[in-house]
Design a protein around this ligand. Sequence first.
Ligand code: GCB
Length: 608
Amino acid sequence: MQRGGGCLSGLQRTGSQIASLYPCSNASRQVLNLSGFWDFRFDPGDAGLDAGWGAGFAPQRPIAVPASWNEQFEEALDYLGPAWYQTRFILPWGWSGKRVRLRFGSVNYLAAVWLNGAHLGEHEGGHLPFEFDAAPYLRAGENLLVVRVEGELAPDRVPPGRIPPDPRDDFPHRNHPDTSFDFFPFCGIHRPVVLYATPRDAITDLTVRTELEGTTGLVRVRLDRTPGDGATARLSLKGHGAEVAEEVSLSGETAEIELTLPDVAPWSPEAPNLYELAAELSRGGEVFDRYSLPVGVRTVTVEGDALLINGEPVKLRGFGRHEDFPVAGRGLVPPAVVKDYALMRWVGANSFRTSHYPYSEEAMDLADRLGFLVIDETPAVGLFFAEEGLGRRLQLCRQYVRELVARDKNRPAVILWSLANEPHSKRPGAKEFFRELYGLTKSLDPTRPVTLASMHEEADEAFEFCDLICLNRYFGWYTEPGMLEEGFARLSEDLDAAHARYHKPVIVTEFGADALPGCHSHPPEMFTEEYQAEMISGYVRVLEEKPYVAGQHVWNLCDFKTAQEARRVGGMNLKGVFTRDRRPKLAAHRLRQFWNARHDEDTRKERA
Ligand code: GCB
């Protein structure tokens, strides 16, 4: 299929707004989920804008929302847009006069949105939510929502693609589609689209920060609301046999309230205790808006060589992962979310990194409930620092940090922000770039350590702006191929050197080997299940010996789809310890032996 150019220059650029609180239904709020089968059409000649498809178009075929389009239609695997979606819905009874917002969980990569022919605006970047004020454009009865999606790869986008080859490189690395990263650039509406109604006078945000003082939990909450007349804000925390509440009168748009929980039940991976925080706004004794949020009381700190949760050192054991599932692509598949947590539990993992972009809010909710520790990563993967387009890439990264922190700031499971994966940060511009992103992240959330994952063996200037350092390592695979013992020795030396250079805790955020399921050899050879199992076991042994290593994340939980290239059999990265359809390879069993003491302990607790 031919590719379209994809430029929205003909449109007035009106931005979307940052989305924070996940929409909910209660006595003052309602949600209309628009997931389902929408009308769809490809637009390879990019004719839709001039033809006015924003006001509605002649449908070509149905498509499932949420899901990527690439695996739903066989001729569209590597088609990256533009494409058009539309759906009709009836405005629920009683919504006129309310504050109504249209919220997208994730559209990859560029979304332009029309409601009843009016252009609401655009959003750039996948994996993060955005929303629009829909109220002025809604009609009683039937409404038409149209979305144009475009996912072309370009050097000034993040993540970037189609990067001009370096003329000094005499054997340039080629892949198709031409990504700067190693996962398939799936396109489409990937997470639920909802319309939600609140009163006009409404709570717009809650920011929760927790501290522990001995056995007492302190919960500081900032409440934001729409501009309005004076009101009373009441906050209560309930759970684990306790209920505490505070009230303040509110004349402006924010209130700061502190709640104290004596004998708190802290949140931890072993006991992911959650309290229900209920916020209410009232006037004259009548409650007119309310919102509830699960809250886990816990602290995260870095001290010397250790990462501490609630003052206790923790060692992360887990995986880098992908949102990737047959047919749905990068679209939300709730049963796969449940399954992946079950597989991680089965292996004995306590953590994962949202490599290489933020995962769905639905998946993050489960991490909070199940007690997984999460390194929450922005979509900044494959960054390069050539001058051209650098300003734009920085602007996008800043936007992603703001959107990510707004979305996930209240989650106890999120213990670290990761600013990027494997930036090509040896260029001079990289240092200032990360100084700025680190400063921004700390200003938005001073409570969590900040990091990024690097592939560099020599000094990485970007680590100057990290509270702990994350290394991706493939000795015995990309280097020392077929020579496991040499690989383990280099790993050991490399880690000691990195620790001596930075004096910060180290997390090895990637290590692993491709294994074709069912391919065996003795002695172990590359691409066999034995080689993968031996390599992972050898790494775990080295990592367990280093006191400053605060975490080990195997790459990857499951095999995943990627761009086609000579190293990737069948367009797949086969470093999963489970297959793409979630069957274990030898390495999964081997890891379980290493990590299962923890798993058995968890199972005993669950059964008790
Ligand atoms: C890496 C990247 C990851 C790749 C992996 C690999 O360093 O961070 O995205 O998939 O290596 O398998 O090559």
